[in-house]
Write a protein that binds this ligand. Structure first.
Ligand code: C2E
Ligand code: CA
Ligand code: CA
Ligand code: CA
Length: 275
């Protein structure tokens, strides 16, 4: 802020358009929110399709804003990535998720999303190591979800980081599978532990035959390559039945639960199987 000579303060340069001002405001708000501890991971259960058991939770970031209420990531992650704040946010999620998961039964894993920007940060491996050490969580219980955009950038360094993470015992998942340009070639560039089939294929599963064909192809691919397949965005029984028939390994979606705060994980673990 700077004095404008009339005893009031102007936060913005004149000429900056409304959109830029809104972004600048949001950025300031985000920095303050980090100080005030307003960000926290929520958790959504992931079920094994064959046994119907919860096997993992995905950590999904929420901003608990004092005036605006709960804010979803779509409203702040893009700007956090642009400004680099995602590195701090990402570490917060990583630390929180590992600490929370360390209190869960030890066959339950936790999945954490990593932004491409975090891969440009040389401290990524150190952050993961520290989150595991401080929480006491076994590395095999941590899954890191990346999208193919991570592999698009600086792929040599990125691949080295991914291999190092995997050598530590951490699992690596390919998120939003099928939505990018060349998902198949990425399966050859790195030995992923898991493929997450994008929600767009699952939502049309019951109404579109081509979506069924795609699910069948991806689950078949997973089986041949020894990769777990997880369907995202499962909202009804018909979708789950179809996924079961096609041999999809895991399912995640509103059918089971929306993402909920850490305190509700125990309750989600006690939810009875659907059949
Ligand atoms: P994503 O990783 O693909 O996460 C799945 C999104 O689908 C979540 O949205 C989840 O709430 C939503 N979802 C789950 N089941 C259903 C369903 O049955 N129906 C529908 N309509 N939606 C469902 P959310 O939590 O709003 O997150 C959106 C995206 O923000 C995530 O997509 C991820 O790309 C990003 N994100 C969230 N948390 C983090 C984080 O901690 N770090 C990073 N880098 N990105 C994050
Ligand atoms: Ca994800
Ligand atoms: Ca996804
Ligand atoms: Ca997504």
């Amino acid at each position: 802020a700077k004095a404008d000579g009339r005893g009031t303060y102007r936060f913005f340069e004149t000429g900056m358009d409304a959109r830029a001002q809104a972004r600048r405001l949001l950025e300031m708000d985000m920095r303050a929110a980090l100080q005030r501890d307003e960000f926290q991971p929520y958790y959504q259960p992931i079920r094994d399709v064959a046994s119907d058991r919860v096997v993992a939770f995905e950590a999904l970031l929420r901003w608990n804003h004092p005036e605006r209420g709960l804010i979803a990531p779509i409203n702040f992650i893009p700007l956090a990535e642009e400004t680099g704040l995602i590195v701090q946010l990402g570490e917060l999620v990583l630390r929180g998720a590992c600490a929370d998961a360390a209190t869960w039964p030890d066959d339950i894993c936790v999945a954490v999303n990593l932004s491409p920007v975090q891969f440009k940060n040389p401290n990524l491996i150190a952050s993961v190591t520290e989150a595991l050490r401080n929480s006491g969580l076994a590395a095999r219980r941590l899954e890191l979800e990346i999208t193919e955009s991570v592999l698009l950038q600086n792929s040599e360094a990125t691949l080295t980081t991914l291999h190092d993470l995997r050598a530590m015992g951490v699992r690596i998942s390919l998120d939003d599978f099928g939505t990018g340009y060349s998902s198949l070639s990425y399966l050859r560039s790195f030995p992923f532990d898991k493929i997450k089939i994008d929600r767009s294929f699952v939502s049309e599963l019951v109404t579109r035959e081509d979506s069924v064909a795609i699910i069948r192809a991806v689950t078949g691919l997973g089986r041949s390559l020894g990769i777990v397949t997880t369907a995202e965005g499962v909202e009804n029984d018909a979708q789950l039945e179809l996924l079961r028939r096609e041999g999809c390994t895991q399912a995640q979606g509103y059918l089971f639960s929306k993402p909920r705060p850490a305190a509700e994980v125990v309750m989600m673990l006690e939810q009875p199987p659907l059949r």
